[in-house]
Design a binder for this molecule. Structure first.
Ligand code: 9Z3
Length: 393
């Protein structure tokens, strides 16, 4: 099966997301406006994707991504004059409102009552909130931000494909920034249970059929198949997942506008693998940039892996400007640099690049690495646009 056949076979197997047509109409109008204004447009994908276990979904597999990278990057793109299509996992962090949402920054903690019982922002947060509010309103008023949600991995695929097609008129002014943590494994539709997977025995009844599958020791095991097996006493749930088809090459070779720039992320947990896997991804899909990051250091360092020299460039938040992170491990910073798959260190400190640290967060949250990543990326995008213009003249 070639790539186009694989694409049709996947997409024909699923009904499109219910909101797709509405999203397409919104995106078309948004893109038309940006084309008219000669603006650059970035599609930022953000947050995790779910993998449903049942068609009528009660349970699903999820991943860790909160959408910080995507939301913070979207703000930075807006600062740099881009219009942003923010394709995000529903209920993950959003640009601007992320500063006052979820349990880490519950908006109620920023509020107070004044003497006349009017609700006000507490005095210590006024400056920072005014700044965020102004930027948010500017983006909205100038139609620079389009926010579109998805939930499942399949919805994500449909949305990405449709948006990429719609972005065609943008040509080289289009940028794809794929920061969403996309599931690698899923249950294909043809072997997904329709109804809620049962955890206990279902009473014998002619109209009740179970999708459980007995093991030789008598434990019930559900494998992800719709099997016509009687249920005994359910104990285990074994899920049999297929790889999610990789559509990055379809994005590069077909969906995305000619001359556009495509940036993907590579996430690893093993420092020995990161650069190798990022390079492999770049070679496999022949796009323009892979940004590698480790789960435990992703807020403080990333590596730009490019087809052109210097091939590997580290971007780091200076030590004094690093935010404190509960899940992060600062002692792992630098470990993935110059590592080979065999774990041998190469390259030492060269290629390190640290921001000057003048920017920062007024609430003392440290410098966000996205404020270092995006300006670098904007430069690369500018170079690409110039290159494409020279080629076509
Ligand atoms: C990333 O690597 C993002 O930087 C994070 C951001 C998901 C780590 P948070 O949302 O985290 O700020 O908490 N995104 C891409 C991860 C991914 O799924 N990449 C695929 C892979 O590694 C390639 S497209 O195979």
């Amino acid at each position: 099966m070639d790539a186009t056949e694989a694409e049709s076979s996947y997409f024909n197997n699923y009904p499109p997301p219910k909101a797709l047509n509405k999203h397409k109409a919104l995106a078309r109008a948004f893109i038309d406006l940006q084309v008219e204004k000669h603006r650059r447009v970035v599609l930022v994908t953000s947050g995790g994707t779910t993998v449903p276990l049942e068609t009528q979904t009660v349970r699903f597999i999820d991943n860790f991504s909160a959408g910080t990278r995507g939301a913070a990057s979207a703000e930075q793109f807006l600062e740099n004059g881009y219009a942003v299509i923010f394709l995000h996992r529903q209920f993950s962090l959003l640009p601007y409102s992320r500063h006052y949402s979820h349990s880490t920054n519950c908006f109620l903690d920023f509020m107070d009552e004044d003497a006349s019982s009017a609700i006000v922002v507490r005095s210590e947060y006024q400056t920072a909130m005014r700044d965020v509010l102004r930027k948010y309103r500017l983006a909205k008023q100038n139609n620079l931000l389009l926010v579109l949600p998805f939930t499942t991995v399949t919805e994500y695929m449909f949305e990405l494909r449709a948006l990429a097609h719609l972005m065609k008129p943008l040509g080289a002014n289009a940028l794809f920034y794929l920061a969403a943590a996309v599931s690698d494994f899923f249950i294909p539709r043809d072997r997904m249970a329709e109804h809620k997977i049962q955890s206990s025995e279902i009473p014998a009844h002619p109209n009740i059929r179970s999708n459980s599958n007995p093991l030789e020791d008598g434990d019930d095991v559900y494998t992800g198949y719709n099997e016509d097996q009687p249920s005994n006493k359910s104990k285990k749930l074994v899920i049999d997942l297929d790889p999610v088809p990789k559509f990055l090459h379809r994005l590069v070779d077909g969906w995305a506008p000619e001359g556009s720039m495509i940036v993907s992320f590579k996430l690893e947990t093993d420092p020995n693998l990161l650069v190798y896997k990022a390079r492999t991804s770049l070679q496999r899909y022949a796009h323009h940039l892979v940004i590698g990051n480790l789960l435990s250091t992703r807020k403080w360092e990333v590596v730009f892996v490019t087809p052109d020299p210097p091939h590997e460039r580290w971007i780091r938040v200076p030590k004094t400007r690093r935010s404190k992170s509960i899940s992060g491990e600062e002692n792992l910073i630098g470990l993935a640099e110059g590592q080979h798959q065999d774990g041998q260190e190469r390259g030492g400190q060269e290629g390190r690049q640290e921001g000057d640290g003048d920017e920062g967060d007024e609430q003392g949250r440290g410098l966000e690495i996205e404020s270092l990543i995006i300006p670098e990326l904007v430069q690369l995008h500018t170079q690409r646009i110039e290159h494409v213009e020279v080629d076509s003249s």
